[in-house]
Design a protein around this ligand. Structure first.
Ligand code: SF4
Ligand code: SF4
Length: 351
């Protein structure tokens, strides 16, 4: 179990350029595997272009109460990067005018930003159709001051999307840390108690599964059935949908792949599972990602690799949807994680 972020450990992979070098060298440089750019060019999908911007995903900070082994954000209690109220206000100004129908708040643990509740209240007033908060669940049980989050989410009709890598304690705690499973179960019961995830309830509660090792996720529909059966039988827990997400080879998951000598095999499996029909719906085709300091990215993964949008407009303070709509998406070999099998995005499969 990793106890500190790569940044805190001064690990070389805390440096985005180093990650990008690894993703471009070796098997991709010597031609054993095709670069993502060349792969999508085979079907005339290069340069990758956005469809319509539908989702504004805002990362309000990298601080988290957990230090999960696979985290692509390299989040943890030792990360201090937190969105200020001023940047939040710039986001609110955009939320008021954007044609995006979905607002997606993420982190770290977004609830740990001291201005999180203010931001949710203001964004709620601005009006969005689907208002998502990505909650790691354990934060609800981490401290008394968070115990009322289910009620707070309910008050603002938040769509809660929560990570839950497995329905067993062993696999969950292995990936996310000792005690995470028990706290997550309690948090799910708390959410159910106010109506989240219940059959026919409008209070949406979805779970996110991602593999606990160097392998691709199984079929999303069968996994959802297994999760539903197990969580209901063992803990009387209800939820709506399960999203199966592929781990992208960046940050702590890249560190894990290299340390366990699985990096090359994993890249081979991603490339072998490449699905050209997933390309047109990858997340960056309908999403703009905003970092804690207001910079704009094609997705949360590019944010962590510090690959800003290829547009004249690069910061939330100068947001211009027409210009952003008309850009080429920045890609590299990590993008194979979004096009393997049934594809992968923050909303699960895409193909
Ligand atoms: S809960 Fe999420 S953000 Fe926090 S360390 Fe785990 S994967 Fe990263
Ligand atoms: S990693 Fe980001 S830029 Fe690459 S395909 Fe996935 S969503 Fe698009």
């Amino acid at each position: 179990m990793t106890l500190k972020s790569l940044h805190k450990r001064h690990n070389e992979l805390a440096n985005a350029n180093r990650q990008l070098e690894i993703l471009s060298n070796g098997i991709f440089q010597n031609g054993d595997l095709p670069k993502f750019k060349d792969k999508i060019a085979e079907t005339s999908q290069y340069p990758l272009r956005p469809n319509k911007i539908e989702i504004l995903q805002i990362n309000v900070g990298y601080m988290c109460n957990q230090v999960c082994a696979h985290c692509h954000v390299d989040a943890g209690p030792d990360r201090q990067e937190i969105m200020t109220k001023e940047t939040m206000q710039q986001c609110i100004d955009v939320i008021k005018t954007t044609s995006a129908h979905t607002l997606d708040l993420t982190g770290g643990a977004p609830e740990m930003n001291p201005n999180f509740r203010w931001f949710v209240e203001e964004a709620s007033k601005a009006g969005v159709k689907d208002f998502i908060v990505r909650s790691n669940l354990t934060i609800i049980r981490a401290n008394k001051k968070y115990h009322d989050l289910p009620e707070f989410f309910k008050k603002h009709n938040i769509h809660v999307v929560s990570s839950m890598p497995h329905w067993t304690k062993g696999k969950t705690d292995k990936q996310r840390g000792e005690g995470v499973f028990d706290k997550s179960i309690k948090a799910l019961q708390d959410l159910n108690a106010v109506g989240y995830g219940m059959p026919n309830s409008d209070l949406r509660l979805d779970l996110v599964y991602n593999p606990t090792g160097a392998f691709l996720p199984g079929d999303q529909i069968s996994m959802e059935m297994e999760f539903k059966k197990a969580l209901l039988e063992d803990f009387d827990i209800h939820f709506h949908n399960l999203f199966a997400i592929t781990n992208l080879p960046i940050s702590r998951f890249l560190d894990y792949l290299i340390a366990s000598e699985n990096y090359e095999d994993y890249m081979y499996s991603l490339v072998e599972a490449y699905n050209q029909s997933a390309v047109k719906n990858v997340m960056c085709t309908n999403t703009i990602s905003v970092s804690w300091d207001g910079w704009l990215y094609d997705c949360d993964f590019n944010q962590m690799l510090e690959l800003k949008v290829n547009s004249k407009v690069k910061h939330i303070s100068e947001y211009n949807e027409d210009l952003l709509q008309n850009r080429d998406i920045v890609i590299s070999q990590h993008c194979y994680g979004c096009t393997a099998g049934a594809g992968s995005s923050c909303q699960g499969t895409v193909a």
